[in-house]
Design a protein around this ligand. Structure first.
Ligand SMILES: [Zn+2]
Length: 332
């Protein structure tokens, strides 16, 4: 058996154990470092030998050693899924430079998914944090976006188009959604808009100046440009869909958390795969939505997990899916 495979599984389980802490504490605005792990019921500190990923939960049969309170199966599930993701990504990418960045993204996805299911929010620590991680990693690991100057230019164009679409929707928004605007805090998300517009200027600048850069720097700068384009297109798609939904259905339809989540995805995957993820997500969401609607008669579902699912499928098979669609697959 491949020793690295086993190592990746163990590493995934250990990191999954930390992600569990993030999933519980991010929504409560608590530190993920202090205090150490303790039972949520009786408060007793958990000894290291009762905190071994995957094994301890099974040995203790999902109960606290002292007070016997139930420990959620979710803890075990997150550790197991993270271990699987680490193994799967290693199988697909080997020890290539993109493995690290993709695992960072997957960890953000894991936390976003489970917090969104439980609380209907996506914590900024993973969406905004992941967004900046994606942009910084695109410079450090230019293999993330191996684009030609022409492709970078096209990405910049798509980002510009996306901003234009969002601006038009924002302009007509007050005409249709006055009642919604009165409920909203006007200062909300202003930082996000400034970030989007400034990154658009950066993309334009990069693409104008790329010809004058030596090739060694140019690959990093092109990768940065592609990450920024992906960030704007990914976030812009959800923002535009949300505005459009508000205008058509006259009620709040998309959360700001989803916008940031897809902006993060775009920064890691680039605009094409982010777009593929955006179109794939509703298929997963629809299946779950129908089941939930029958089960709870509540049609509002957490959308983040389906964006995550769409993003993962897009990362693994997005290129093939895009080629299939472009070749007229839908016409068949
Ligand atoms: Zn206890």
């Amino acid at each position: 058996m491949d020793i690295i495979l086993f190592f990746m599984f163990a590493l995934g389980a250990i990191i999954g154990s930390f992600l569990n802490v993030c999933i519980v504490r991010f929504p409560q605005e608590k530190s993920v470092v202090f205090p150490g792990s303790h039972c949520g019921h009786c408060g007793v500190s958990i000894a290291w030998h009762d905190n071994v990923p995957l094994l301890s939960w099974l040995i203790l049969k999902g109960r606290c050693r002292r007070c016997k309170a139930r420990i959620s199966f979710r803890y075990w599930l997150v550790e197991f899924l993270t271990a699987l993701v680490f193994v799967g990504f290693y199988q697909k990418y080997g020890l290539s430079p993109v493995l690290g960045p993709y695992l960072v993204m997957a960890c953000c996805f894991m936390v976003a998914t489970f917090v969104d299911f439980a609380h209907r929010i996506i914590p900024d620590q993973v969406s905004v944090g992941g967004m900046f991680a994606g942009i910084v990693l695109s410079v450090l690991v230019p293999q993330l976006h191996p684009v030609s100057p022409m492709e970078a230019m096209l990405g910049g164009f798509m980002a510009g188009l996306m901003v234009l679409i969002c601006l038009v929707l924002m302009l007509i928004y007050p005409v249709f959604c006055r009642h919604l605007m009165e409920e909203q805090d006007p200062s909300e998300d202003r930082g996000g808009k400034i970030l989007v517009l400034s990154s658009l200027l950066v993309i334009a600048g990069i693409n104008a100046g790329i010809a004058y850069l030596p090739p060694s720097i140019a690959t990093r700068v092109l990768s940065l440009s592609a990450a920024l384009s992906g960030y704007i297109v990914g976030g812009g798609l959800i923002l535009a869909m949300g505005l459009f939904g508000d205008i058509v259905f006259k009620k709040e339809s998309m959360g700001g958390g989803d916008v940031k989540l897809m902006a993060m995805t775009g920064a890691f995957l680039g605009w094409k795969l982010a777009m593929a993820a955006f179109f794939l997500a509703p298929f997963f969401g629809a299946v779950y939505g129908i089941i939930e609607k029958i089960r709870t008669k509540d049609s509002t579902i957490a959308y983040g997990p389906f964006l995550v699912l769409g993003s993962l499928v897009s990362l693994l098979w997005g290129e093939q899916i895009i080629r299939w669609v472009l070749n007229g697959g839908l016409a068949l």
